[in-house]
Ligand binder design. Structure first.
Ligand code: SF4
Length: 378
């Protein structure tokens, strides 16, 4: 197991000077500014966030905010969602424009549009876009294909999903969202779930859907498995961070700590999720660790910044990362405090730097898909 001690959160003199300047700039911008921080951000960013959360919670905070400037310390798709959910006179800023998500990049609009047509042709399912109210539960006896995209996807895919009667999900509400989608697909219908195959498969299995009813779709190759009779068609994407957690790591931890427990994120592969004691979203993992009695030993399968923070928050428990190697999300890590300071300096100077603007023609469908998600409880 990797020790989390390596993630020293004490600041060097230079880092402290940056932190102090960020605080001054925050004070100067006052209520015009909201800083959102994802759990996978480093501590020297999180310390400045008004809210720390997962993508679901942060999208709610963005939607509720009236701040003029929303600085999103996360990755590109999160800032896009915040822009969609906020008013036109609010500005969403990503401190480093190169902070993307490798999983989100695994599904492009062009690929999904091609897959959509091919799956409809091969499965005999109908497109919800042909119904007058595709967002209503189906009552015409037909079987539909309903698109569901994970939050970790580009805005143009969310727009596609919204226009085709579908919905966005996060790792904290995937089951509720799939239930919603099945009511719109009909008892013989199916869901196209993208981009993360693991979240889709793990959630489907937890809902009692047999694995042979969840074929995987790879662009250029088509379906691995039978489309006819399928319940969830899984896009082939994955998270390069969570893919690293393996059953062997769990066995090694249990050998060392027979009384320990293991909690992993649902973006981990099926075999890892099945062997873990429990699994859930970043917020679920935080609550789970907090609820363990003092003296507990827990190994966690998720991003290292969050694991390291949990270890520091719970010094009375042994908190370890499942992976021997350090496993930060490389794109989340691109949000360095110097970038945050830079965008705040420029805001104070009257400039609007690194603004994320989702084009008007993409906003309508994306907003529908996001609002449908926000209306669905877990
Ligand atoms: S942890 Fe994985 S899914 Fe999350 S932003 Fe990083 S690459 Fe994307």
């Amino acid at each position: 197991m990797c020790s989390v001690d390596f993630m020293d959160n004490t600041l060097s003199m230079e880092e402290q000077a940056i932190a102090d300047r960020i605080q001054e700039l925050k004070a100067e911008l006052g209520e015009d500014l909201l800083i959102l921080g994802h759990h996978y951000q480093r501590d020297s960013i999180v310390m400045h966030a008004d809210f720390l959360g997962d993508s679901f919670m942060l999208s709610q905070k963005a939607a509720e905010s009236s701040a003029k400037y929303i600085v999103f310390c996360g990755v590109h798709f999160m800032a896009e969602s915040a822009d969609i959910l906020t008013d036109n006179d609010q500005h969403v800023i990503l401190p480093n424009l190169r902070a993307g998500c490798s999983m989100a990049d695994m599904a492009t609009l062009n690929e999904v549009e091609i897959a959509w047509k091919e799956i409809l042709d091969q499965s005999g399912l109908h497109d919800p876009i042909d119904r007058e109210h595709p967002e209503e539960p189906v009552n015409d006896g037909k079987a539909y294909l309903v698109p569901v995209t994970y939050m970790n996807s580009s805005a143009d895919l969310k727009d596609f999903v919204g226009r085709h009667g579908g919905v966005v999900c996060t790792s904290s509400n995937a089951e509720g969202v799939l239930n919603w989608a099945f009511e719109r697909a009909g008892p013989e219908g199916a869901v196209l779930f993208f981009p993360d195959q693991h979240l889709g498969r793990n959630t489907g299995l937890a809902m009692g859907i047999a694995e042979d009813r969840m074929p995987t779709w790879t662009p250029g190759m088509g379906a691995m498995g039978e489309l006819k009779g399928s319940r969830i068609v899984l896009w082939h994407g994955f998270c390069s961070v969570h893919k690293r957690f393996t059953p062997q790591q769990i066995e090694d931890f249990r050998q060392e700590h027979p009384d320990g427990v293991v909690v992993v994120h649902p973006e981990c592969p099926k075999a890892t999720v099945e062997l873990a004691d429990t699994y859930g979203s970043t917020q679920y993992i935080r609550n789970y660790v907090a609820g363990l009695p003092s003296g507990s030993k827990v190994a966690i399968g998720t991003e290292i910044n969050m694991v390291a923070r949990l270890a520091r928050e719970h010094p009375d428990k042994l908190v370890e990362c499942l992976d021997d190697e350090i496993c930060p999300c490389s794109t989340m890590y691109m949000i360095h405090p110097a970038y945050l300071m830079d965008v705040l300096e420029r805001l104070v100077d009257g400039e609007i730097p690194n603004q994320i603007v989702v084009p008007e023609d993409v906003q309508a469908g994306s907003l529908m898909a996001l609002n449908r998600m926000l209306a669905i409880l877990k």
